[in-house]
Design a protein around this ligand. Structure first.
Ligand code: MN
Length: 228
């Protein structure tokens, strides 16, 4: 097939314990899924506050090097559990939802907080705050057979060795199976979709030189450094 310029390379993520790579379709993200984080953002917590947004799949960073993005003076980390969908579908019942999960990863939903906040105040979309280049540092994907599911489990994030986020997945307002089910009522879920499940309290700014370590029980660690 001829193209007027080179076609974009497929986006893939290594799979732990395998020579195979996970081909990424879309990146869905859940916003406002931990009560303590909603409060720190100045909103009223509740299951009705939960929202969805997307990032482009070429925002994924696999080598942990995150260039400080243009257009912001307030780049924030958000440590999150990421679901990797292996079987697509629509109108998936919560009881069947976890059968559609291939595995899990650690992810950072990097956020230009100043742009996100300004957009929210005037009812504009979040894209400039959320969907920018290099905004989705990601670990390799661990298959469910190795890590199980995450009804509970600890997430911890440090910046330069200081603990900033420390939470348990039992505090998710929408549980992983509810996220998959609800997304599948709004979109045709496809194999290769990733879902960032939301961040707990403790988000904050980072600057060039800062080192972020996100750790999740049974998934290991994701290391990232902010570069100039
Ligand atoms: Mn987030």
């Amino acid at each position: 097939m001829l193209h007027p310029f080179p076609a974009p390379a497929p986006v893939t993520v290594p799979i732990v314990g395998s020579d195979q790579h996970f081909p990424v379709h879309r990146i869905y993200c859940v916003g406002k899924n931990y009560a303590a984080h909603i409060k720190e953002m100045g909103a009223r917590p509740g299951r009705d506050a939960v929202c969805f947004f997307l990032k482009p799949n070429d925002a994924i960073v696999l080598d942990g090097r995150v260039p400080y993005p243009p257009g912001t003076n307030n780049l924030h980390y958000e440590g999150e559990l990421v679901m990797a969908i292996g079987k697509g579908g629509r109108n998936i019942a919560p009881a069947e939802a976890l059968d559609h999960v291939f595995g899990y990863a650690l992810g950072l939903d990097m956020t230009r907080r100043d742009l996100q906040t300004a957009a929210g105040q005037v009812g504009h979309p979040w894209d400039t705050g959320k969907a920018f280049d290099y905004s989705a540092p990601l670990s390799p994907i661990t298959p469910v057979a190795q890590c199980g599911h995450f009804a509970s489990g600890r997430l911890q994030l440090t910046v330069n060795g200081q603990v900033r986020q420390d939470a348990d997945f039992s505090d998710l307002l929408w549980k992983t199976q509810e996220i998959v089910s609800e997304l599948s009522r709004l979109f045709l879920l496809q194999p290769g979709d990733l879902i960032f499940t939301g961040t707990p309290a403790g988000v904050g700014p980072v600057v060039p030189g800062d080192r972020i370590v996100l750790s999740i029980d049974r998934l290991g660690e994701l290391h990232a450094v902010i570069t100039a």
